[in-house]
Design a binder for this molecule. Structure first.
Ligand code: ACO
Length: 362
């Protein structure tokens, strides 16, 4: 017997996070995420995930300073960014530039938290640089008076964001910064388990994140919602898609057998923000219709909305273009990937499962 896709297999013990898939709960270092989003900033949540406890004021200020000090792209990374073809997708751009960062520091074994902080600080700048480059606009340098999330929006748009947009994106980025042994984190840990360096581990993770079954799902959600908005009949569109054997993007999860708590928190944030938001109304209608149809057509599979469904809605609410969704997820998940690599390095055994030969012997 093999478990396809390693379903149900525990691949590592971790102190970083816990997912209760039956109850629909997610904890970072023992704290439930809905409490974290209410009480802490992105930097505090990142500190908690990296260091295992909530920072005091001095520790928080030190982390904020380290993140700010590492935001700038070194000249060699800018040169690479300037040379990449405009047709190259943003996830491939991030993967390439982060990979080239290996030349800028000594990233040798073992990985360190300083390296983790540096890589996390770089991603928003890479995204903003590329976005503005493609729009034919001047690069906007970071503002040291702005924290991680506000500065990310500032560098992309060239203006200080409104509070509601910062709060919405910060909620999203906290909810997505860590999630146990998901496919991209597993990639990072497998790479690190060979005693390869942190840059290689997160480069592997970025490549894994890109796929539509993982971090690439929000674009599929937008496509679904746009089609339904055009045709005006959610049930018809969803039935047709399911009849063709398509998977609905933003629904289903390997671990959650009930609603994804991150989707619940994002929806609550959207409801808090929204006045009259037609997009949110549409998203909620599609969620209800899809869950009912999935229960009817796929009985017993427990299919509900996952984080990607309301991620698409929250990004839309803050006017972020669809091609920035997965890169933004990457910017937050860099915290989780690096935390897992640091944990892997502390008690390392190389990942080396086996395969079963099912061919003939000649
Ligand atoms: N739409 C329709 N049917 C679905 C969906 C879906 N979104 N998800 C699962 N199913 C069905 C499958 O067709 C399968 O049915 P079957 O028993 O008749 O074959 C059953 O439910 C079990 O699904 P699996 O694909 O075996 O579940 P698995 O755990 O392997 O996959 C996954 C989980 C990849 C998330 C899947 O639900 C999916 O593809 N969802 C759509 C993509 C998506 O939203 N990805 C983002 C996930 S969250 C994240 O990565 C951050």
């Amino acid at each position: 017997m093999i478990e396809k896709g390693l379903k149900g297999i525990v691949a590592a013990e971790t102190l970083i996070s816990h997912i209760d898939g039956e109850k629909g709960k997610l904890y970072y270092r023992g704290y439930e995420i809905r409490d974290i989003t209410k009480r802490y900033s992105f930097e505090e949540a990142a500190y908690l995930v990296w260091f295992g406890h909530v920072p005091d004021v001095t520790q928080l200020n030190t982390l904020k300073k380290q993140l700010k000090d590492n935001r700038d792209l070194q000249e060699n990374l800018r040169v690479i960014l300037d040379q990449l073809p405009p047709s190259m997708d943003l996830m491939s751009v991030i993967r390439t530039v982060i990979s080239a960062e290996a030349g800028n520091l000594d990233y040798g074994w073992k990985p360190t938290t300083s390296q983790a902080i540096r890589l996390t600080a770089l991603v928003p700048t890479i995204i903003a640089y590329r976005k503005r480059q493609l729009e034919g606009k001047e690069f906007v340098s970071h503002r040291s008076d702005l924290d991680f999330v506000a500065n990310y929006l500032y560098m992309m748009n060239g203006k200080v964001p409104i509070k509601a947009h910062i709060e919405a994106l910060e909620t999203y980025m906290i909810l997505t910064l860590e999630h146990g042994m998901n496919a991209s984190t597993f990639s990072a840990r497998v790479t690190a388990s060979t005693e390869s360096d942190l840059v290689s581990a997160v480069t592997a993770a970025i490549g894994t994140m890109k796929g539509p079954l993982h971090g690439g799902a929000p674009s599929g959600v937008i496509e679904l919602l746009n089609e339904i908005a055009l045709i005006g009949d959610a049930e018809k569109v969803i039935r047709e898609r399911l009849a063709k054997g398509e998977k609905l993007m933003g629904f289903g999860h390997r671990v959650y057998k009930t609603r994804d708590p991150r989707a619940i928190s994002l929806k609550a944030k959207l409801l808090e923000m929204a006045g009259e938001d037609q997009w949110l109304d549409l998203a909620m209608e599609v969620e209800d219709t899809a869950i009912n149809l999935l229960a009817e057509l796929k009985p017993g599979r427990s299919l509900y909305t996952n984080v990607e469904f309301y991620a698409a809605a929250i990004m839309k609410a803050i006017n972020m273009d669809a091609e920035l969704f997965t890169p933004t997820f990457t910017a937050s998940r860099m915290v989780g990937w690096t935390a897992h690599v640091l944990e892997q390095a502390e008690n390392n055994t190389i990942f080396r499962p086996q395969s079963r030969y099912v061919g003939t012997f000649r």
